[in-house]
Design a protein around this ligand. Structure first.
Ligand code: C2E
Ligand code: CA
Ligand code: CA
Length: 616
């Protein structure tokens, strides 16, 4: 009960702390506040000149002038400068209340102070209100210079004034709170993505190298679904406070944030050594496993970590850690991946890459090459996998491994790329079907679908529209969509539904890269698959490792029983081919032993040639 209350208070306090304004916004607001206080100071100075018989008024003018000029000292902290503005307001308002008798200035000044989004200057303003009320109560004669209303009933006047000020303050607080939702997460009170990026960017500008750990709750969607959203929220809060406790062990000053959904972040302002980063990542993972031990909800965390490269922007650093976290999800037991390279491409060049890629899509520089898929037994062509290629005006041919991982960080860009390639793909399939008939390639062509794309709710509709636009729907032309196992794990984002709708639309489903990542045989049973593609690393090590060979045999066996097509990827040597042949002669194969990926026209000629040779 007590800890819960403390936690609530902390959340409330955190959600109201808006001291995270970026430098530019703060400067603009400070200028605005200076303008106000400058105007007031001018007013009281001129008013005093015209009423020279009250010498004590010059004390207020002097105080206002002094604080106003000190508030401009750039070397001082923002908070101090904001407090100086508040004191300047205080002096000016006391003057106005005492010598002029105006009571509306207070609320207005309070609104201006809330612009700093900092409790301290606001509290100074509130104290001033309180002080005026107390003075009016203790010594009504103090306001004898002011207007009749205040003179006759100073206490009521001051109370009214106080109420108005408080109302204004609370109204602006409400506005402020909604504004800071960006910097703070409302559920947990942790920093938001934006908030933590700002803080870390500040540290980086000071020459520090922060370390970040991105932690994601495994199977959180299942918790939400089975136990309801309220329990889900409680679990998230619980995880959040557990992570806070874990983060408190960091020596270099820890920050915690919720990046969204069930993804959290711990950051250390000054990261130190990569080994320490890795050790701490394991510690988080272990704490995560203990977090709800014994209760009915079991959580596990997957952790991805990275240490900032010199001058690397925070947004990029966090993206690297997120990528590692996703890779960690693919691990069976120890779900930790740490990025050890500190010479990563920094954001400047990656955002350059993004803008280049947008342009590349528009200029038609992105294209699909096709790698033949053959029957293992006799090498006859049965289909092809389309693979993205970017013909860069300066760099020449760029391979997907050099731009897709970066592009996947930007879902809008990835949607543009996928739509471009999806269009091209369907055009190729339709063109072959029209000219050679739908059964020309019995296995058909396949299209790689990035895991991140599966989360896009409009994806199915886009693909199906392509399918119908090109007149492929209802024909016998076979079209395959390849997805990786990692994508299947992402059930939280409705992947199962997306896969089912592809099936309904007439696509066949292939499980790509089987043998690395999750490698769960259960996937072969649980998902509506047509094809399983054995990963090339597997195919290539099966000659050396009896375990790998046994897995290939097991997959072949399951495929035979369940009617799945098996494609061996990355077949480079005759030995590999022969070994596969001895395991399952009706497999399909793909690899440099047969052909590399090539432009569509070349692929077409290759198929025609090899079909002819097979007949001969
Ligand atoms: P993947 O889907 O596993 O594609 C097979 C990769 O293995 C291709 O690399 C191919 O050129 C390469 N490969 C084929 N045969 C051999 C071989 O015998 N030996 C070796 N060492 N490699 C071989 P590529 O074209 O560089 O593509 C890399 C990855 O990029 C693909 O892996 C796929 O995950 C992704 N990708 C490619 N095109 C697309 C696309 O259009 N969309 C999406 N979302 N991803 C794509
Ligand atoms: Ca593939
Ligand atoms: Ca593959």
């Amino acid at each position: 009960m007590f800890t819960e209350t403390i936690e609530r208070l902390r959340t409330l306090g955190a959600s109201l702390d808006g001291s995270l304004l970026d430098a530019e916004t703060w400067r603009a607001r400070h200028r605005f506040a200076l303008l106000w206080s400058g105007g007031l100071t001018l007013f009281i100075a001129v008013f005093s000149l015209f009423n020279p018989n009250r010498p004590e008024q010059w004390a207020y003018v002097a105080a206002a002038l002094l604080t106003l000029s000190l508030a401009q000292v750039r070397a001082w902290s923002r908070r101090l400068r904001a407090v100086l503005v508040a004191v300047c307001f205080m002096a000016a308002q006391l003057y106005v209340a005492r010598f002029v008798g105006n009571f509306t200035l207070g609320p207005l000044a309070m609104i201006v102070l809330t612009f700093y989004q900092d409790w301290v200057p606001l509290a100074v303003g509130c104290l001033e209100t309180l002080a005026v009320i107390v003075v009016a109560w203790v010594d009504p004669g103090f306001f004898s210079h002011s207007a009749a209303f205040a003179r006759e009933d100073p206490l009521t006047g001051m109370a009214l004034r106080g109420a108005a000020i408080l109302l204004a303050a609370f109204l602006s607080l409400a506005i402020w709170r909604s504004g800071t939702q960006l910097a703070r997460d409302q559920l947990t009170g942790m920093l938001s993505r934006l908030g933590v990026e700002r803080v870390l960017d500040r540290e980086i500008a000071r020459g520090r190298r922060p370390a970040v750990w991105v932690c994601d709750v495994d199977n959180f969607a299942a918790v939400n679904r089975q136990l309801g959203a309220r329990t889900g929220d409680a679990v998230l809060r619980h995880v959040a406070s557990g992570l806070r406790r874990t983060a408190a062990h960091l020596p270099g000053g820890a920050l915690t944030a919720r990046l969204g959904g069930d993804t959290f972040l711990i950051a250390e302002r000054d990261g130190g050594e990569i080994d320490a980063v890795e050790a701490f990542a394991h510690r988080i993972e272990i704490h995560g496993a203990k977090l709800l031990a014994g209760s009915e909800v079991q959580v596990r965390l997957s952790v991805g970590a990275a240490l900032a490269a010199p001058a690397e922007p925070a947004a990029h650093l966090i993206r690297v850690a997120e990528r590692n976290m996703r890779a960690a999800k693919g691990r069976g037991s120890v779900r930790v991946v740490v990025d050890r390279s500190s010479d990563r491409i920094v954001d400047a060049s990656s955002s350059l890459l993004s803008s280049e890629l947008y342009a590349a899509c528009e200029r038609g520089e992105l294209d699909l090459h096709v790698q033949p898929i053959v029957a293992l037994a006799d090498g006859t062509p049965v289909g092809g996998e389309t693979l993205a290629r970017w013909t860069h005006p300066q760099r020449g041919m760029v391979y997907p491994g050099d731009f897709l991982p970066e592009a996947e960080q930007d879902s809008a860009l990835m949607a543009v790329i996928s739509n471009t390639l999806g269009n091209t793909f369907h055009d190729i399939v339709a063109d072959f079907a029209r000219r050679y008939g739908p059964g020309w390639l019995p296995y058909g062509l396949s299209y790689n679908l990035a895991a991140v794309r599966l989360r896009d709710p409009t994806l199915t509709a886009t693909l199906v529209t392509d399918f119908e636009r090109t007149g492929l729907k209802g024909t016998a032309a076979r079209v395959n969509v390849e997805v990786t196992e990692g994508a299947l794990m992402d059930i939280e984002h409705g992947v199962a539904e997306a896969l089912a709708s592809f099936r309904d639309a007439g696509y066949c489903l292939a499980l790509d890269d089987f043998g690395i990542g999750h490698s769960s045989l259960a996937h072969l049973r649980d998902f509506p698959l047509d094809t399983v593609k054995l990963d090339k690393s597997f195919v290539q090590s099966m000659g050396r490792s009896r375990i790998d060979r046994a897995v290939v045999e097991a997959v072949a066996e399951i495929a035979s029983v369940s009617g799945l097509t098996v494609i061996a990827e990355g077949v480079e040597t005759v030995e590999q081919r022969d070994m596969l042949l001895s395991i399952k002669p009706d497999m399909l194969a793909q690899g440099w032993l047969y052909a590399k990926a090539m432009p569509v026209a070349e692929f077409e000629a290759w198929v025609v040639d090899h079909k002819r040779a097979a007949v001969a």
